[in-house]
Design a protein around this ligand. Sequence first.
Ligand SMILES: C[S@@+](CC[C@H](N)C(=O)[O-])C[C@H]1O[C@@H](n2cnc3c(N)ncnc32)[C@H](O)[C@@H]1O
Length: 164
Amino acid sequence: MDIPRIINITESAHRIHNPFTPDKFATLGDALRLEPGARVLDLGSGSGEMLCTWARDHGIVGTGIDKSRLFTEQAKQRAEALGVANQVEFIHNDAAVYVADEKADVAACVGATWIGGGVAGTIELLAKSLRTGGIILIGEPYWRQLPPMPRLKPVARPPVTRSR
Ligand SMILES: C[S@@+](CC[C@H](N)C(=O)[O-])C[C@H]1O[C@@H](n2cnc3c(N)ncnc32)[C@H](O)[C@@H]1O
């Protein structure tokens, strides 16, 4: 089980697999008023930057689930590098079927709502792992402007001849 190899290759050097910055993750962590010991679940956790930096900066504990074997491994290495490997765990799995045994204070999915079949399905999925009164965090990327597409020339094909 893995994501398409082309994504593992093109994003292998990314710490954040989204049009997002470290500052924005920090602002988001502040805005959530995360308390030390708060439990955060992250479906589609990528290379673990959100959970690892929140563990370092806010003392949260957390679990990240990702279908990419490579990103999951990178997330574990990032946790070691930031000295938070005892606070966060990263599991290589399909998050679409993941329900946490221990309910989370914050259940997140940032930039991967196809996991639940869209925003509504992802809310339902996250809610299964959320404690009563907890917070669901969803990041949904969108184009502010469609990127220009090069005009493609039609390919000239030889005429098809049929023989009996
Ligand atoms: C756009 S990236 C976002 C990663 C991370 N949230 C971040 O902001 O860096 C989407 C992530 O979802 C993961 N993914 C895709 N399908 C998945 C699935 N069914 N279960 C778990 N992870 C999945 C990919 O491997 C990738 O890491």
